[in-house]
Design a protein around this ligand. Structure first.
Ligand SMILES: [Zn+2]
Length: 363
């Protein structure tokens, strides 16, 4: 299946198209914006615009290059997404492993263009950067430009051991080969290395309107939702189609589990351990970090409520009683600490029990 149509971001698209048509598109771009708002989809749209062979109406969507981009099959489009750390010890094998993992994800996205966000522990390791370097050193297959998209680029610097990877990438961004465009995407550009950020022209993407999200979901969700379910999903999205899509799968389940668990704490139901044991067992660390993400999101919304701003997704009502955000921010800090601990070899159920006791004290 080809990529689904791009939604929203018209002013940014118009600016980028002007730059492409005038032949002055920067060689290194950084697209930042809230999760699920379509940063990588916009990067793919831009790739299509650059590679399109119909200059008067790019991206035309009909020429061979446009169709290959939409099928994620263009030989000069290289899309790098976070993956699990390669297991091989030999560096060359690690690169092969990274290439296979990315190819597998691309195959999944061709089969299911509405995809969930990457696992919380997935990252860009040195193997991915070596793969990128290797591909950047080759010439264009189709004779035109070459596009490299590095999605969730902040995942490159998550660990110190990745410093080598960051440096190798920096060199490439410093002097991009002619005819090559690098598009980095990040939720928060401040989480990238300053040296990396300084080499890129930054573009910030805003949230979509509810109408844009509603139109997209109405046209593309399968099976379609009935009207009340569609409205609930639009409300959950908070202007991010990715969030609306994720709400239908594991992340949605994590969001639900987070709300129930917070409600149990706020009502003082059971001990931390009892509450933690009632949660399903986490088969992967990524699922546990998804729960932590959902807890952070929910408390973040409660902070908005405490500051008198509109809450964009359902939050347990007991969390909306706070007049000042101080205690909620304290709770967010405890979740951040738990996330750090989750990187170590600690049982998630025990971490959650401790976190539950902490939050019961704070909230
Ligand atoms: Zn075209």
């Amino acid at each position: 299946m080809p990529l689904l149509p791009i939604a929203g971001h018209q002013p940014v698209r118009a600016r980028l198209l002007d730059a492409v048509n005038a032949g002055r598109l920067p060689q290194v771009l950084l697209l930042s914006g809230p999760p699920g708002v379509g940063r990588q989809r916009l990067a793919l749209w831009l790739a299509q615009a650059v590679l399109c062979r119909t200059p008067e109406s790019r991206p035309c969507g009909r020429c061979r290059d446009c169709r290959l981009v939409l099928d994620l099959a263009h030989s000069d489009l290289h899309w790098f997404v976070p993956i699990a750390r390669p297991k091989a010890t030999d560096p060359a094998r690690q690169v092969d492993e990274a290439a296979e993992a990315i190819a597998e994800i691309m195959a999944e996205r061709r089969a299911q263009p509405l995809y969930a966000p990457p696992d919380g522990m997935a990252s860009h390791s040195i193997a991915t950067v070596r793969l990128l370097q290797r591909r950047a050193s080759l010439t264009a297959v189709e004779g035109g430009a070459r596009i490299f998209i590095l999605g969730d680029a902040e995942r490159l610097v998550a660990q110190e051991s990745n410093q080598e990877a960051a440096n190798a990438l920096l060199k490439l961004l410093e002097e991009p080969p002619p005819g090559t465009v690098f598009i980095l995407t990040a939720v928060d550009s401040r989480r990238l290395l300053p040296t990396m950020r300084s080499r890129a022209v930054a573009i910030r993407l805003g949230r979509l309107s509810d109408a844009e999200v509603r139109d997209f979901l109405g046209a593309n969700l399968s099976p379609p939702l009935d009207a009340p379910a569609l409205e609930a999903r639009v409300a959950l999205a908070g202007g991010a189609i990715g969030a609306a899509v994720a709400a239908g799968d594991d992340a949605g389940k994590a969001q639900q589990a987070a709300s129930q668990w917070l409600e149990a704490i706020l009502e003082g139901r059971g001990s931390g351990l009892e509450r933690a044991m009632r949660q399903p067992a986490w088969s992967a660390r990524g699922e546990f970090t998804a729960l932590l993400d959902a807890l952070s999101d929910t408390l973040g919304e409660a902070v908005r409520g405490a500051m008198g701003e509109t809450v964009r997704r359902p939050v347990p009502t007991a969390l909306l009683r706070y007049r000042s955000p101080a205690r909620l921010l304290d709770a967010l800090g405890r979740i951040a600490t738990t996330r750090e601990a989750a990187h170590g070899n600690v049982n998630p159920q025990i971490l959650l029990a401790v976190l539950g006791e902490d939050l019961a004290e704070v909230l």
